[in-house]
Design a protein around this ligand. Sequence first.
Ligand SMILES: [Zn+2]
Length: 298
Amino acid sequence: MRCPAALLALSGLLGLAACAGSPPPSASRNPCQGKLGVEGRAEGTRIALEAWNDCHVPVLLHLSLELDNLRASRALPAEIAVPPGRRVHALDLEVVRPDRPSGYRAASQVQVGGAPHPDSAARYAFPFGGGAPRKLSQGVGGDETHQGVHHYSFDFELPLGTPVLAARDGVVFQVMDGYGEGGKRVGVKRGNAVVIFHDDGTFGLYGHLRKGVCAREGEAVRAGDFLAWSGNSGYTTGPHLHFAVGVAPSAGGEIETIPILFAGDVVPEKNGVYGPGPTGARAAPPGSRCDGAGARDS
Ligand SMILES: [Zn+2]
């Protein structure tokens, strides 16, 4: 089964990183690509349709069926929530006229992460360590790049090699890696980034990272855990961390950033200084072994 909306949703996620640019081709595949599907199992005049999800985040399937001489046990299109690592019964198809041929064609759109229900009580840690407060160079509605769906984004000026830390508990959904120094030049588009899925269906994005991201897709992280070193990859005006939280629209398309509050109910403003955030259980590895080589020092 093809999952066109998953790709749309993914491109949306990457779109969240407008100032981080697009991902490298090697990383642009949807982490859930090939890990989702719908299968039919025939039992007499009945076909049981099951949806499966081997990806590491929940998905919501919007399942459409073209039916020939079959009747569905529920209204179509159907919404089917599938938790990570699970297989669920979607619906049954019953043959209408057993003396005639029957068949079906399934098409589904996939909402990666499931239906979002942003937790208004969530508070985000400042997503960097390093021991010193840092300036916010562009905030909500910033006129450089924080427009449209990127409205609720935050750029923290960080010296190269500052630890980038998870702002909230979650699961690493996607890692984009492999790009060196970027800049504000024509042709520079692609940057390194980490996308973390939160249990309320929202995604946190950390952009412009240094090559050699330490976070791995599918691993659970706690707020304050080390993800990567800050960098200057992608289209940037200088070293900084682009951070935003967003949701995937149900029909696919670009991820939309949403308003968030940091610890202390703070909404960082341009030219203010903030953080650093508290360091979690997994701190930056001493000797920075995971820098560049991509190896994890754990
Ligand atoms: Zn930004």
